[in-house]
Design a protein around this ligand. Structure first.
Ligand code: ASP
Length: 343
């Protein structure tokens, strides 16, 4: 893994904010054989220096330092890379020489990485993730403008203390709320129910609301080198208990269930999950629906079975929070429910 950092763009000391751009791969760094191909391409093959060179206007906005943290398709995101990335971001932001961080990332798991950083970055300086739905070689590639806008947001005073942000397609989202909602559309990133925090256009940044729940410096979570095993199962017609029993046998510490509707669970799966709780496995009820929230005891007897309700987090973000809460020593449904009610 290449974790080098190099200077790029503007002169060393011109009074502009100093922004580190960390590249991890993704479609924004994707390359296809021809410009009309937006689906058959290789993600994560274009280096950070070429991404920055495609956006000369960056030198009007910030003094940019480039770092290549990884070159992957984000479908292959690994827990070890999460540790490396979060530690790198925290180290950079602890320096008086850096005013903010931008991370280029694949769209597939961006919402998970963003939420992880939202809970583990220990700074009020801006951290902004961006991505692209079209590879860098495409006609009307969206990556260059998304990258410029992300740097504009990271360089803005308004972004301080807002938690980790996602700037894509002119919108600014909170890492807590944002999800990928389309396999192909440029406006794939949405914040269901609550909407974006604001927008960025032509160098102007405007926030229309702030995220209410605790994040970054206000969490008890620190990034560690080891991760408790937490997996996700789904409830659907005819589901069996085989997956849950196999996970318990494999020694997982937690299971998130992507339930139907308000986190309701097929009777056979629910019995398997209740048995898992009795073996010391934490069980969180989320929903497979894609928007809305899961209310405690709204669709399952949480109190009697020892389940935790995910509140407004989808199953993938619920898994991130459950891993961090378990790693921080959280145990039992009361303590874990408090984490889901807080973050
Ligand atoms: N598979 C790609 C990735 O997540 C998709 C993208 O970036 O849009 O890396």
């Amino acid at each position: 893994m290449n974790t080098s950092t190099s200077s790029s763009g503007a002169a060393p000391s011109n009074g502009l904010p100093r922004i580190a751009v960390l590249a991890t791969g993704g479609t924004i760094a994707g390359s296809a054989a021809d410009a009309t191909n937006t689906a058959g391409y290789q993600a994560g093959v274009v280096g950070v220096d070429r991404l920055l060179a495609a956006v000369p206007a960056l030198s009007d906005v910030a003094q940019v330092q480039a770092g290549q943290v990884a070159s992957i398709d984000s479908k292959d995101m690994a827990l070890t890379l999460w540790t490396t990335l979060a530690q790198r971001v925290n180290t950079l932001l602890a320096s008086d020489d850096i005013d903010g961080v931008v991370i280029t990332h694949g769209t597939d798991t961006l919402e998970e990485t963003a939420y992880l950083l939202h809970l583990t970055v220990k700074s009020t300086k801006p951290v902004v993730l961006t991505a692209a739905m079209r590879p860098s070689t495409a006609l009307s590639a969206d990556g260059p403008l998304n990258l410029l806008n992300a740097v504009v947001v990271a360089a803005s005073a308004a972004a301080h203390g807002q938690g980790v942000l996602v700037a894509v397609n002119n919108r600014i989202h909170s890492a807590r709320d944002v999800v990928k909602t389309s396999t192909f559309a440029l406006d794939a990133f949405q914040s269901p129910e609550v909407g974006a925090l604001g927008w960025v256009q032509d160098g102007r940044v405007e926030f229309q609301r702030s995220v209410v729940r605790a994040h970054t410096v206000a969490t008890e979570f620190v990034i560690g080198a080891t991760w408790p095993g937490v997996d996700i199962v789904t409830s659907y017609a005819g589901v069996s208990r085989v997956a849950v029993d196999a996970l318990v046998m494999a020694g997982v510490r937690g299971i998130v269930v992507a339930g139907t509707g308000n986190g309701s669970i097929h009777t056979s799966l629910q019995q398997a999950l209740a048995d898992a709780v009795s073996q010391g496995v934490a069980v969180v009820r989320a929903s497979r629906v894609g928007s809305g929230h899961v209310m405690r005891n709204g669709a399952a007897p949480d109190d009697t079975l020892g389940f935790v309700a995910a509140n407004g987090l989808n199953p993938y973000k619920s898994r991130v929070l459950l891993m961090l809460a378990l790693a921080a020593g959280g145990a039992g449904p009361v303590v874990l429910q408090r984490a889901f009610d807080t973050y």
